[in-house]
Ligand binder design. Structure first.
Ligand SMILES: CCCCCCCCCCCCCC(=O)CSCCNC(=O)CCNC(=O)[C@H](O)C(C)(C)COP(=O)(O)OP(=O)(O)OC[C@H]1O[C@@H](n2cnc3c(N)ncnc32)[C@H](O)[C@@H]1OP(=O)(O)O
Ligand SMILES: CCOC(=O)c1cnc2ccc(OC)cc2c1SCCC#N
Length: 389
């Protein structure tokens, strides 16, 4: 398979896999800002660039609707991600964000938003180096404008705008294989509403299993069982930051969270992100932490259901409570909140609870990528401490 665009980019190339003579680190050097292309890349003449102000309700609605109708679907076209407006505002406006990295393409005549790509700043530690990066996400071209080589132009334009802020690396994920993954992760799914998952055709009744037997198999208590398990509050930010930084320090690639980041990314936001911690009843220390984000999907072509309510495992740390018990409490609260399924990647130490807590492996893979940064050797998913939305 040739990659006409990606073969021109400073990314690990397939031909270089296994070449240990190539040094770890940036592939191309930073360039002086004066040498960065000052004007936007050319679009086909019927289109124009637009910068999306996510604070504007109209603009946010345009991005929301473009993604709702044209963003990622699973291979069987059973689901399409349906990120909410509030989720997009959260995902795109972290501390230090640049509105100029929220890039849209409009049709000149109709003024309709037909494409989008976004970046947000992040500090990512790669082994012992903390690198300022852009996290690229929500790349979307309207279904009617596919296979016209618009994506490479979108990618070059966001790259140009990131360069203008003197940032030279990026991190991104994709379900497709591109040059060259730093690791490849597996999705796992824990049924919370097995009847719905069977009705939509995602799950099938096991052999010799009845529906009532299946419902019983996935049944969960009505309340978390860990003493001191409670929602995270603003006063917990310093303790959660300490807990998280210490936990993430063991992974080869991980987010370098500070208190500002923790406040944004991990404080609970209704229908966006949920976070819980264990405060020791004796010492009042914060000993454990778990979190998940809310990402519904449109159920495609089903007469009885429109939306799948899915929770996605985010960052979890167990130091006193068993990781199994902590994550089971996460399942319990997500069930109580009405989620149909709890999804998790096999990153960090997640493998240790997946089978035990009745997760089943998905058929989708998620590939992680770095832009303009070479790793000497690929990572195992268990060496990755980075969850992108
Ligand atoms: C220092 C800062 C650097 C920042 C930038 C870092 C890099 C950021 C990179 C972006 C990270 C995004 C992360 C992210 O958002 C999370 S992954 C989700 C991506 N979005 C979707 O899947 C939504 C539905 N699909 C679409 O909208 C279109 O199919 C898209 C727009 C995906 C491609 O539009 P299209 O009409 O189907 O295709 P053409 O325009 O004709 O272009 C074909 C070329 O695009 C390459 N392609 C296809 N899918 C890709 C993907 N997911 N990443 C990167 N490249 C992708 C493909 O390999 C080919 O290049 P090649 O010929 O070389 O193989
Ligand atoms: C029931 C389990 O599957 C999903 O939750 C789900 C939902 N919506 C999607 C939309 C696009 C999509 O495209 C890859 C996948 C899904 C998936 S499976 C992979 C995500 C996880 N976990």
């Amino acid at each position: 398979k040739t990659h006409k665009f990606w073969e021109t980019q400073p990314v690990g190339q397939f031909k270089d896999i296994g070449d240990t003579s190539l040094p770890e680190g940036p592939i191309e050097p930073a360039t002086p800002l004066s040498e960065v292309k000052q004007e936007p890349y050319n679009l086909p003449s019927v289109y124009e660039w637009t910068t999306c102000d996510m604070n504007s309700d109209d603009m946010c609605s345009e991005v929301y609707n473009l993604l709702k109708n044209n963003y990622v679907e699973d291979d069987e076209n059973m689901f399409r991600f349906n990120y909410s407006k509030e989720f997009l505002r959260w995902a795109l406006r972290p501390p230090g964000y640049y509105q100029s990295w929220h890039i849209g393409v409009r049709a000149k005549t109709s003024k309709k938003l037909v494409a989008f790509i976004s970046g947000v700043p992040a500090r990512i530690r790669v082994r012992d180096e903390v690198v300022k990066m852009a996290e690229i996400n929500f790349l979307c071209v309207h279904k009617k404008l596919r296979s016209k080589r618009l994506a490479p132009v979108m990618i070059k334009e966001v790259t140009r705008r990131v360069h203008l802020e003197n940032i030279w690396q990026a991190a991104y994920t994709a379900g497709v294989v591109l040059p060259t993954p730093i690791t490849t992760c597996q999705y796992w799914h824990r049924s919370l509403n097995p009847k719905k998952l069977i009705d939509v055709g995602f799950s099938r009744l096991g052999a010799r299993m009845t529906m009532s037997r299946t419902i019983k198999l996935y049944k969960l208590p009505d309340a978390p069982i860990t003493p001191g398990f409670r929602k995270m509050e603003p006063r917990d930010v310093p303790a959660v930051t300490r807990l998280l930084r210490n936990y993430l320090s063991q992974f080869g690639v991980a987010t370098d969270f500070d208190e500002n980041d923790v406040e944004h990314w991990l404080l609970p936001r209704e229908d966006v992100v949920d976070s819980y911690l264990v405060e020791s009843p004796e010492t009042h220390d914060v000993t454990d932490f778990c979190s998940f984000y809310t990402l519904p999907s449109t159920i495609l072509g089903n007469p009885n259901y429109t939306t799948l309510k899915a929770a996605y495992s985010y960052y979890n740390v167990a130091t006193q409570t068993s990781f199994l018990q902590l994550m089971n409490d996460a399942l319990i609260v997500s069930k109580q909140k009405g989620f149909d399924v709890f999804n998790a990647l096999d990153v960090m130490h997640n493998e240790s609870f997946l089978k035990e807590l009745k997760f089943g492996p998905g058929d989708g893979q998620l590939h992680y990528y770095l832009y303009n940064y070479r790793l000497k050797s690929a990572l195992k998913p268990s060496e990755l401490g980075l969850v992108l939305l």
